[in-house]
Design a protein around this ligand. Structure first.
Ligand code: ZN
Ligand code: ZN
Length: 359
């Protein structure tokens, strides 16, 4: 693995390319700040001018910021608004582009009040794809997260049997991932059995697994800040003909979408392939979410593989493919892999086989 000693200058340059008529950009999303400077604190503000970079933190984070952040001045302030006001005043910043999804309305109104001469413009789309293409180091971390998670699932799979509760399985899986080297679970692990499997975002509860259940396990690990995301659906025997058939159809939609992934294809086209595959089978109405999403410092990030998305897949993007069919009150089946987009095709990073497994 090639080790790039500092990926940050190139990232900041890419950020600045989108500065347009602004004097400075205000970055508030913690993962974007981490991506641009290496600072891993959970609160802070990054201001980027054309030739300067200022990280504003409160007293809880000053020492950490000095130890971690690369290529930026560090300022300690009591409040975000005071810090931004001071730096903007000192550097005669007139036009400020801000990360609108991450600035509260309250802070926005206070900034307007404190900087009456400044013009604020939202950067709703501009930053969205900043982190979409991963470098080798990022890919290695996602790969590692996926392997840690996969090994943990393999170790607990025999727990998926009648009379074991969803929660016990989820807890054991998270424990194994952390024992295996994960910093944490990528999100609250989903173990959903029977009718709960018909809820795309079920939370594991006290329901005990019963014979004939579909059991959806949607889980991931975090390694070096990077996430993995994978879903396996098991059928606890006996499996009905209908369950086997729907599994085969979801798998077919998943496989067709993955076969179509390569640099240059739009995200919407991949979604359409998965969707049409299930529509052909008469199941389109039961596929109620997008086909996938980018994965990186956040478990859900750009790009989105959903209907109508014109974003173009590029080599180095890491995205999920996760078609699912949900039959309310009955059961559901979802199959998800995380894949690395390449010039010709893609590579599946999540290690677990998606062959139908009847336990
Ligand atoms: Zn998932
Ligand atoms: Zn996902």
């Amino acid at each position: 693995m090639r080790h790039d000693p500092s990926p940050y200058p190139e990232r900041v340059n890419r950020l600045r390319a989108g500065i347009s008529e602004n004097d400075a950009l205000l970055i508030l999303h913690e993962k974007n700040i981490r991506y641009l400077t290496g600072f891993t604190g959970s609160d802070g503000t990054l201001m980027a001018g054309r030739d300067w970079l200022a990280l504003l933190v409160d007293g809880r984070y000053t020492t950490q910021a000095r130890g971690e952040a690369v290529g930026t001045e560090i300022f300690e302030f009591r409040s975000r608004v005071d810090g931004i006001t001071a730096v903007a005043g000192e550097r005669a910043v007139g036009a400020i582009g801000f990360e609108s999804p991450s600035l509260s309305v309250e802070d926005y109104l206070r900034l307007q009040e404190k900087l009456p001469g400044a013009v604020f413009s939202p950067l709703s789309d501009g930053l969205r794809s900043l982190r979409a293409v991963k470098n080798e180091e990022e890919i290695a971390l996602i790969r590692k997260a996926a392997l840690i998670a996969g090994e943990a699932l393999a170790a607990i799979r025999e727990m998926i049997r009648p009379d074991v509760r969803e929660k016990e399985i989820a807890l054991e899986l998270e424990y194994r991932m952390r024992r295996g080297g994960a910093e944490q679970a990528a999100f609250e692990t989903i173990v959903a059995a029977g009718a709960n499997a018909a809820l795309p975002h079920a939370r594991p509860g006290c329901r005990a697994i019963a014979a004939g259940d579909c059991v959806i396990v949607d889980y991931g690990a975090v390694s070096g800040g990077y996430h993995s995301d994978e879903t396996c659906t098991y059928i606890v025997g006996p499996a009905s003909e209908r369950q086997r058939e729907v599994y085969r159809l979801v798998r077919e939609a998943h496989d067709r979408a993955i076969r179509a992934i390569r640099a240059g294809v739009t995200c919407g086209a991949i979604d359409r392939i998965a969707r049409e595959s299930l529509e052909e089978a008469g199941l389109g109405a039961h596929f109620s979410h997008g086909t996938g999403h980018g994965v990186g410092l956040d478990v859900h990030e750009a790009p989105r593989l959903a209907a109508g998305r014109e974003d173009i897949l590029r080599a180095g993007m890491v995205v999920t493919v996760e078609p699912g069919i949900y039959l309310p009150g009955d059961w559901g089946i979802r199959i998800e892999d995380t894949v690395l987009v390449k010039e010709e095709g893609c590579e599946i990073l999540t290690p677990t086989s998606k062959e139908l497994t009847v336990l």
